[in-house]
Each structure stands twice: as C-alpha cells, then as structure tokens.
Design a protein around this ligand. Sequence first.
Ligand SMILES: Cc1cc2nc3c(=O)[nH]c(=O)nc-3n(C[C@H](O)[C@H](O)[C@H](O)COP(=O)(O)OP(=O)(O)OC[C@H]3O[C@@H](n4cnc5c(N)ncnc54)[C@H](O)[C@@H]3O)c2cc1C
Length: 423
Amino acid sequence: MNRVVIIGGGAAGCFCAAELARLRPDLRVSVFEAAARPMMKLAVTGGGRCNITNSFERVSSLAEVYPRGDKLMKRLLHSFGPADCLRWFEEHGVRFVTQPDGCVFPASQDAMQIVHTLERAMCDAGVQLFCGRKVTAVDKDLTVHYTDASDHRPADSALPNASVKPGASVMPGLTGHLTRPDAVIVTTGGATAAKLLAGTGIELIPDVPSLFTLKIADSGLSSLMGTVVENVALGLAGTRFRSHGTLLLTDWGVSGPATLRLSSYAARWLAENQYHGSLLVNWMDSAEAPVRERLSAMSEGLRTVSNSHPSELSDRLWKMLVERAGIRADARWSELGSKGLSRLVNILTADTYEITGRARFKEEFVTCGGVSLAEVRPDTLESRGIPGLFFAGEVLDIDAVTGGFNLQAAWSTAWTVAHAINV
Ligand SMILES: Cc1cc2nc3c(=O)[nH]c(=O)nc-3n(C[C@H](O)[C@H](O)[C@H](O)COP(=O)(O)OP(=O)(O)OC[C@H]3O[C@@H](n4cnc5c(N)ncnc54)[C@H](O)[C@@H]3O)c2cc1C
C-alpha cells in the first residue's frame, strides 16, 4: 500500500487528509502533528466563531485581498472556490451564515464545529493521526525525520493516546524516527518551515508578520480612543501602499480594517523599516478639490469652525483636527481666510502621524513569506525540483487580509494537493 505523510495537522493538513483519504482509499494517509491536538489554531479562528471563507462578492480584484499569491489563488479558486468549500462542509452537515460584508461563519457560530467535522471526516476515511509527533527534517529523497512526545517522557509513561482520534493507530513499521513515504505534503503553517526544509534546497521567502495594528507617537489621537471613522484612506509616506475603509482609534494608535489592510499590503516594507514611518491619513477619503468646495460652502456662515463640521466626522475628532490645523477654537468660518482654509483642507486630506511600532490584532496575525511560489507547480503545488513533495496552506508564500480569505487559501491549496497526488 502506498503511503502519504502529511506534516502538520492544522486546517490545511486535516482538510487535505480527509479529502485525499476519501478519494484514494487505496492509500495509507497519515498526519504527523507536533501539538497534543490537531487544529488548535482553527479552533480559535474568528474569535472562536471561525470566519471560514468569504463570498468574494465585494472583492473587485484578488490582489486587494491576497497581497501575496493573488495570481495562484485566481487559478486555485477556479478549481475550489468559496462555494465549493461551503458545499463540502454542508455535505458534512454544517450550515452557514453570510454577513453583509461577505464574511461566512458556521450558523452555530462555533469554530469547534468545523474542527469536529474535519476530525470526523478524517476518521471516517481512515486517516491515521499522530499527535505529539514533531517532524524535524525532510530530505530530498522524501525521508521524514521526526520525534514523538513519548521520546521526551520516562520509558514507562503512557503515549498521549487521549489526543488521538478513533481510527488512528500507530503505523506499522514506524517504530524508528524516520520514514520514507511515497509522497510528503508539508502543511506546517507559517513558522517552522525554514528549519524543516533546510536540507531540500527549496527557496523560502523569509517570514514576517502581517495583520497588525500600528502604534502612533502621542499626537492627541489617544484622547479619541474608541472613535470609529468610516471611509478613511490610509497610506505610508514615500510608498505606494494605500488602504481604504474603517479606522478605529485606540489608546496606542490606530486599528480597524483600514489599518489591518495597510499592514498586510506593506508587511515587508514595515518589517524592513523596523515598523517606523509616516502614516498618511485622508480623513474623508476624498481628493482635495471636493473637500475645499465643501468647506468653502460652510465658510459662508457666521458659525465657529469648531462647532460646524462635515457630518461624517465626529465632534471630538473635528475639534482635534481644527486644533491640528492651527485654528483657534472660537474662530468663525468667515475669519478663516484662504490660508486657514488650505491648512484645514490639508489636515483633512493629508494628515501625517509618526508610526513608532506594531501591535498585535486580538492575538490574530498571519505570517507573510514561506515556500516561494516559484518552487511549486501551480496546478498541483508539487515541488518542481523534488517530485512527490507537496505544499498546502500558510507554509506557501500566500497570505490575505482578514475576512475568511486566509482559510479559503488553506482549503483551496489543500484540495488541489489532495486531487494531485498520483502515487
Ligand atoms: C487567532 C487567529 C485567528 C484567525 N482567524 C481567522 C479567520 O477567522 N479566518 C481566516 O480566514 N483566517 C484566520 N486566521 C488565519 C488562519 O488561522 C490560518 O491562515 C490557517 O490556520 C492556516 O492553516 P494551516 O493549516 O496552513 O496552518 P496552521 O493552522 O498553523 O496549522 C499548522 C499545523 O502544523 C503543525 N506543525 C508545525 N510544525 C510542525 C512540525 N515540525 N511537525 C509536525 N507538525 C507541525 C502545527 O502544530 C499546526 O497544527 C486566524 C489566525 C489566528 C492566529
């Protein structure tokens, strides 16, 4: 019987295992998972609700949501897209709800339902799951080196069998610490691939974090903590990185969808610049001329500048922006003059803040980097140089903004590999 070893029992590894074992009952499919339980990250996705995919209805270009890997994802989504993903899980008894923003969650609002569904699918298809088994290296000839949790315990202590699902068993002939299956699928997620693949000569793009919030030097913003501003444009001065959407002001700086998107687009640039730079904020996501026109219309009245403002900006935010423009709190619109108006327009459309670091977003982050896409065949995700070696999930240099796109990449890449195995 031909054997396939999947390294990593996360979202991609377990989905790939279930689908491959279902398609190919003639194969012995094993998952080697370093942790005591599989899919521990999947269990906490979406704040425990699991944003499993996205409808993609509000996505105008894939590059917008996949800053790295958009071209490959275009091809893979064609074979296994969000509708296919939902159908697969629906056939396994899961029901879904789609939010107005396109994010899809299980109707149960419980990520554990997705974990249990995959566990059951693996078990039904006869997948062998080895928890506490950490792979230390993969060789060019597909030899897999590993250690077991039991290796680190006294000889008479029990194997961590409680974590192994029914249907799993110790693979006959696997008593040593290496095995040479007919195909190896690497699905180890973001962090450990470089060490694991060191002997293969495969090119890895260095990992850097993506999806984080930005710390801002104290500039008055922290006094507005909790303020949400819709339809803002953000940018990094001296670069072409721009993002649009909702901005949340926090006690440390800025957060919200617009910030997370910017952090994703500029992940590598920000890492190279030690998370320092100038953040450009266009508070009305508008060109200068229309803003000037709106303010000019307001300036006909006798009201004070700080007490009348464009409706989309809150009172407190407006007062802070007026102060930043160097305008007296009691100044009237009619007193502003063209210089004062220009300063205000400039603050509204090209405000600048100093970035002093990065902060994590609710413990959620994704790494950008991993196995270079030039290393794999786009239709099978098999290594170009090492036949029989495949990759799926976050270990590949594909990553996305928030919204279910990262898990969709895990499902699409895993499905592609499951259907490409030809041993
Ligand atoms: C808190 C949080 C919330 C998130 N929420 C969402 C969301 O709602 N929607 C979304 O689309 N994305 C979300 N993401 C991103 C998403 O979880 C990942 O994109 C996805 O889990 C990647 O799946 P993966 O299988 O490639 O990697 P992982 O899920 O990281 O799985 C890799 C597995 O490999 C194992 N492993 C690693 N090295 C070895 C080794 N040497 N030997 C054996 N096993 C090994 C790990 O223990 C792990 O179980 C979230 C991420 C985080 C951190």
